[in-house]
Design a protein around this ligand. Sequence first.
Ligand SMILES: CC(C)(COP(=O)(O)OP(=O)(O)OC[C@H]1O[C@@H](n2cnc3c(N)ncnc32)[C@H](O)[C@@H]1OP(=O)(O)O)[C@@H](O)C(=O)NCCC(=O)NCCS
Length: 143
Amino acid sequence: MSDKIIIRVMNESDIPEALKLWRISFNAGFSTGFDTEESIERYLKRNPDLSTVAYTEDGQLVGALMCGHDGRRGSIYHTAVYPEYRGNSIGRRMEERSLSALRAIGITTGFLFISTKNPGSEEFWTTIGWEVIPTIKYLYKEF
Ligand SMILES: CC(C)(COP(=O)(O)OP(=O)(O)OC[C@H]1O[C@@H](n2cnc3c(N)ncnc32)[C@H](O)[C@@H]1OP(=O)(O)O)[C@@H](O)C(=O)NCCC(=O)NCCS
């Protein structure tokens, strides 16, 4: 199946379908108040060519991943694949495309956050080469 899946850069026109996927994909880590069409559009403009989507040949979005950087390190958010398409290397291929785009602009390290409320996500990331750093805590503030 994965051969017939097209992996490509995420454009602004992909945002509505990506939001539909993200809304059903996470038990935690996604907020419809924070992740609006406008905020994702701003993110894509600030991080051109880095985020990735997966499409079927007949034009259905089946996977999406947001990727950016802060000038030093890359970061990945909201990686998801529709349940019926999982286990076909779509997540892996989306990550590879985004990392290769980061590498092309000189960014060769990155981080991401996972929620313990999303089962399987740690296994997915560690299988494709990411390392959990147990001594780091994630701090958050609204201002
Ligand atoms: C996590 C997710 C994006 C993985 O997408 P996917 O396309 O099914 O992943 P892949 O097929 O590319 O898997 C790559 C590797 O990770 C492993 N993997 C993927 N999901 C796994 C799971 N739930 N448990 C254990 N291993 C898993 C696969 O076995 C595969 O290893 P292999 O190549 O040795 O067989 C998908 O399951 C998903 O959308 N989950 C819900 C949203 C979520 O939790 N996202 C992560 C947020 S941080």
